[in-house]
Design a protein around this ligand. Structure first.
Ligand code: SF4
Length: 316
């Protein structure tokens, strides 16, 4: 008999961001949509579940890049030859198939692959110009082109088997516990350098921007817990694969203390919203008010359910 999934409380950077943006969206995403994958799910629960699984074209391009780099690194790790043309053509074919499926809103009928459901732009018939859709592929092509010529391929080739730690292992294994709370942290790439120091790398598509340090500190803590390494020894880097810029992230006692304080406040706030903390059960929907910030609604997957479809996004 299949094991019944339990909606366990957990923490992640994206969960905190959802909480900060809109309580109603947080409720929809983490509570009201739970079980929407079941055949006998109530129509509203199924709708919420499918809507929450939609992505947008920018995040979609980023995911395709991450997956392709992960596959390339796994090829290197296994000693297989790297075939740039094959990886690029596979990514392009994948995006074409995803686009077709999404444009037809096929996600309401079937799922074609685990990592992709559909695009929010199609769900809400947003008037995205053709150049903007092409831009999603350009981002992928440019990022992968840069990666294959970057120092990272040679660096990966130089690693001995015992130096490899992680290559985007997925949410099933990217877990550690902090103060008894399950935390999700899935590093893109982690290895031991020649001196035995752990290095964690996070690939980023798009422009250099602030706000990622917290995510990478989470990765450093994950590595420290999983491999029993001193966290202060972890070297963390953000690598922007479209511009080629690399930004080191400080992993020192002050940064870690700030992360812990932020984590504790965030968890307290999340738990304070629960009717039953032990069972991770939320109270009624009314206790999670919609935001008044219409710019947030304009890019929200749930806008139909809030009657905010007219808060149309600015298409660029
Ligand atoms: S549409 Fe607006 S109010 Fe409704 S869940 Fe989304 S962000 Fe919140």
């Amino acid at each position: 008999m299949a094991r019944k999934l339990v909606n366990e409380f957990s923490w992640s950077k994206s969960r905190h961001e959802k909480l900060s943006e809109c309580l109603r969206a947080y409720y929809f995403h983490y509570y009201a949509s739970w079980g929407g994958w079941e055949r006998d799910a109530a129509p509203r629960v199924r709708q919420l579940y499918l809507l929450k699984k939609l992505t947008n074209r920018h995040a979609w391009a980023g995911t395709v890049v991450h997956d392709a780099i992960r596959d390339a690194l796994l090829d290197v790790r296994a000693g297989r030859p790297l075939d740039e043309a094959r990886i690029l053509s596979r990514a392009h074919a994948l995006m074409r198939a995803d686009f077709k499926h999404s444009r037809a809103k096929g996600y309401w009928r079937e799922k074609t692959r685990k990592e992709f459901t559909g695009l929010v732009e199609h769900e809400y018939d947003e008037p995205v110009p053709a150049e903007s859709w092409k831009g999603a592929w350009t981002t992928v092509e440019q990022a992968l082109g840069w990666f294959f010529r970057s120092r990272w391929v040679e660096l990966a080739r130089s690693l001995k088997p015992e130096q490899w730690l992680e290559v985007d292992a997925g949410f099933e294994s990217g877990i550690f516990f902090l103060d008894g709370v399950k935390v999700f942290a899935v590093p893109d790439f982690a290895y031991l350098d020649a001196d035995g120091h752990p290095v964690v790398v996070d690939w980023k598509t798009g422009q250099v921007r602030d706000g990622y340090d917290e995510q990478v500190l989470g990765y450093a803590l994950y590595l420290s817990h999983r491999y029993r390494l001193p966290v202060e020894q972890v070297e963390a880097r953000l690598v922007y694969v479209n511009s080629g810029e690399e930004v080191p992230v400080r992993v020192d006692p002050a940064a870690l203390a700030a992360f812990r304080a932020h984590f504790t406040r965030s968890v307290e706030r999340m738990r304070g919203l629960l009717a039953d903390v032990t069972a991770n059960e939320a109270g009624p929907e009314e206790q999670f008010p919609p935001t008044n910030e219409l710019r947030t609604c304009a890019r929200c997957n749930f806008r139909r359910l809030c009657g905010r479809e007219s808060a149309a996004p600015q298409v660029a």
